[in-house]
Write a protein that binds this ligand. Structure first.
Ligand SMILES: Cc1cc2nc3c(=O)[nH]c(=O)nc-3n(C[C@H](O)[C@H](O)[C@H](O)COP(=O)(O)OP(=O)(O)OC[C@H]3O[C@@H](n4cnc5c(N)ncnc54)[C@H](O)[C@@H]3O)c2cc1C
Ligand SMILES: O=C1O[C@H](CO)C(O)=C1O
Length: 524
């Protein structure tokens, strides 16, 4: 054991458990980053959490908190101390009449949804999955897809956070609003969120339908009723076939109806798709055909094909995210959506000016010989009406209007990096920046801290000020934070410089051979 830690432990003989695990391996869900923390903690009480923080502080160690490791970037990677709240996940109180629920912050969203359902309550919205912890989900700005809802953090009424001095503090829009606005989207860099008070809603059932059609039809309805036709709407856009799946859902009191099943929709489709993507690693030019075939088989080859079902919201809002993937998601003003998709299509498809869908894309990178499996997830959210004293400083959504999220997904068949990713993402991010966008904090963006600083201007400065007050020595700061949100200031006493994260690439078979990237986190 580290002699400094041994001495500090001997000094604080307080009977509180301090029980780290050694040799823990932590990886992101997509297995794009792997790290081996020195010590791994799963505390079961607040006293344990506070003790870990105090000891880290005194021993000049950094603490990273991870929920379910679903952030696709290296945000949760560390070679120092890693803490997870899976055993600190109980509901503390629940008021059925007001929908106000207080919970320990490690609770996973599926556990929360199950608990709420017992009392006739639900989360107002969900993203694609329910694996995340509530603290992890709010800490990166997780969102679903609805113009009638904001990001998940907009349902947080107050929270409790253990800051670097080992003291747990409450904050809300009324009580220490600065701390609240910094902590409600903190990227783990302020402290350990231990408790969350959340506004749930009466449980609801959704009647959804999914229609596949031409993308032009979708773009033409953009400014009419595409996003307002029902409370929840999301779109998957397939650029090579120029088609789109529109999923829309409305509350109903009708009895449940299971989604339709088809011989292809289950395991068969899953493996066929996976293996076709794998084949495309060797022959990338088949990707437009793969897109046509896979989505034709899944949703129908004819435009206008439909499917529908009626399910509880906690099932209906989820989707199967399939395989390991890179995700590069940006928030741009909603009204710029048609321009964004048309320019991306013109670039990706290298459309000639004679093509009816052609627009000048102005993207300064070539798409020649570039083949990517490029379904783009198209979603919306609206934080514009959130009161200024509760809006997160690092909120990536559009300040004064509805937000469009474009998510450039790239699957990694059997954990192999797809070809052309670097050039595709360079072009995609260039376009997103050109349209005034900001990246989703959790995802695989390449834009650097300097650009981010410009995008957030005074807000990032305000966030830093509160962060410094909560954690002056950098107990919660690692290389991802330094690169993306902390700027070029002095290295802090506890700050982790070498994360020890390991980059996993297609040259390496996962876990049977890995390469350390040396002193700094490197993006996979
Ligand atoms: C398959 C898949 C689907 C997804 N779908 C969506 C989606 O639909 N919409 C969307 O917006 N995002 C989506 N995401 C991203 C995901 O919601 C976020 O990455 C989320 O932050 C993950 O939560 P987590 O519990 O796994 O947290 P982690 O990834 O483990 O951590 C995320 C951040 O939270 C911090 N953190 C975690 N717990 C605490 C705590 N107790 N106190 C302080 N800080 C803490 C961590 O330090 C880190 O900075 C998806 C990701 C995947 C892999
Ligand atoms: O990060 C994400 O992954 C899925 C897409 O597969 C999703 O909806 C995200 O957001």
């Amino acid at each position: 054991m580290d002699p400094l830690l041994a001495a500090e432990l001997a000094r604080c003989d307080d009977g509180v458990t301090f029980n780290p695990k050694l040799h823990h391996a932590h990886s992101t869900w997509a297995k794009t980053f792997l790290s081996r923390p020195d010590l791994y903690f799963q505390p079961e009480s607040l006293a344990e959490i506070e003790k870990i923080v105090k000891l880290a502080h005194r021993c000049h160690r950094r603490i990273t908190t991870t929920g379910s490791g679903h952030s696709p970037s290296s945000l949760t990677c560390t070679s120092s101390w890693l803490l997870n709240l899976d055993k600190y996940n109980r509901i503390l109180s629940l008021d059925k009449s007001t929908g106000v629920v207080v919970m320990q912050a490690g609770i996973r969203l599926y556990q929360l949804c199950d608990e709420l359902a017992k009392y006739g309550l639900a989360m107002p919205n969900l993203g694609s999955i329910n694996e995340q912890s509530i603290a992890g989900a709010i800490s990166t700005g997780t969102h679903g897809s609805s113009l009638y809802h904001g990001t998940m953090s907009t349902s947080v009424l107050s929270l409790r956070i253990t800051t670097a001095d080992g003291v747990s503090r409450f904050c809300s829009p009324e009580e220490d609003p600065d701390l609240f606005r910094a902590a409600v989207l903190s990227l783990g860099a302020l402290g350990i969120i231990t408790e969350i008070t959340f506004q749930a809603v009466p449980e609801f059932t959704l009647k959804w339908q999914q229609v596949i059609d031409s993308d032009i039809k979708m773009l033409n309805s953009w400014n009419k009723d595409l996003w307002t036709q029902t409370e929840f709407v999301r779109v998957w856009w397939y650029p090579y076939t120029r088609r789109a799946v529109i999923w829309s859902a409305e509350k109903t009191s009708e009895p449940p109806v299971d989604p339709p099943s088809s011989y292809y929709g289950g395991a068969l489709g899953y493996y066929v798709y996976h293996n076709l993507l794998y084949a495309a690693q060797y022959i990338p030019r088949i990707l437009p055909w793969v897109e046509w075939f896979v989505f034709g088989m899944e949703y129908g080859f004819a435009n206008g094909s439909k499917s529908q079902a009626i399910q509880p919201s906690r099932q209906a809002l989820l989707m199967n995210c399939l395989y390991s993937q890179f995700v590069n998601e940006w928030a741009i003003p909603l009204h710029k959506g048609p321009e964004a998709l048309r320019r991306l299509s013109s670039w990706l498809n290298q459309l000639p000016p004679t093509d009816p869908d052609y627009v000048p894309h102005n993207i300064p990178f070539s798409a020649k010989d570039l083949w990517v499996h490029a379904p783009v997830e198209v979603r919306v959210s609206d934080n514009a009406s959130v009161a200024p004293n509760s809006r997160p400083y690092l909120d990536q959504t559009v300040e004064d209007g509805p937000t469009l999220y474009l998510n450039a997904t790239l699957y990694r068949p059997y954990y192999h990096d797809p070809p052309c990713r670097a050039r595709y993402y360079e072009a995609f991010e260039w376009l997103m920046r050109d349209l005034g966008g900001r990246p989703h904090w959790a995802k695989n963006f390449e834009t650097t801290g300097e650009d981010l600083e410009t995008m957030y201007s005074d807000k990032i400065q305000q966030w830093r000020k509160v962060r410094e007050r909560a954690d002056p020595k950098g107990v919660f700061v690692g290389p991802w934070h330094r690169l993306n949100v902390l700027g070029s200031g002095n290295t802090l006493l506890n700050e982790e410089i070498d994360s020890g994260s390991i980059k996993v690439s297609d040259k390496i078979v996962l876990f049977s051979g890995t390469v350390s990237t040396g002193n700094n986190v490197s993006k996979s």
